[in-house]
Write a protein that binds this ligand. Sequence first.
Ligand SMILES: [Zn+2]
Ligand SMILES: [Zn+2]
Length: 193
Amino acid sequence: MKLALEDGDRPTQGKCLCCFADIHRNGNDVQARHPRYEAAVSIMVEIGDRYGQIEALSGMAKTMLAMKQINKALDYNAKALDLANNIGNKMHMLRCRILLTDIYRLVGDTRMVAEEQCRCRRLQEDMQLICRACNKCLGESPNHLEFLPCCHLVHNRCAYETTRRSSSKNNRSSKFISCPTCSKDVPKDSVYL
Ligand SMILES: [Zn+2]
Ligand SMILES: [Zn+2]
């Protein structure tokens, strides 16, 4: 931050401010984080960095949620989601919708929780973030992932299960398993373990 200030480097100043606020957010220092996110947003607006604005606005929404200020949390999250939609950033759209699900869960709006979960699922499918072996989202739990030669990702555990099942069937001698996503033959010895 010091170097960025000396150099008049606005993009780095914006990133550092956002990082400071994130550190305070994790440390539960409510007073310190909000002004830093606000300063980060104004720098991001000034330099036209919409990606940076999304990150700072999402941080503000999470801060407001932690303080149980629901309307403000919804407001900042809506702004972040709007920007994510504008630049077509599906990962940020997903993050905003996950936060939206948390907000609706907190206020007990089960209908909106279900709607947002559907939207999250569609985004995860769009980004191919679903393990087709177990149909669960990749990255939801701390499992290792397996990158198959056909470029599809599955949970390491699911790749193991698929290999084990195919070995126990009559095709014990087969050297291949079928990719759960695209059904291409994948050499067993290219998988995990
Ligand atoms: Zn899986
Ligand atoms: Zn595949």
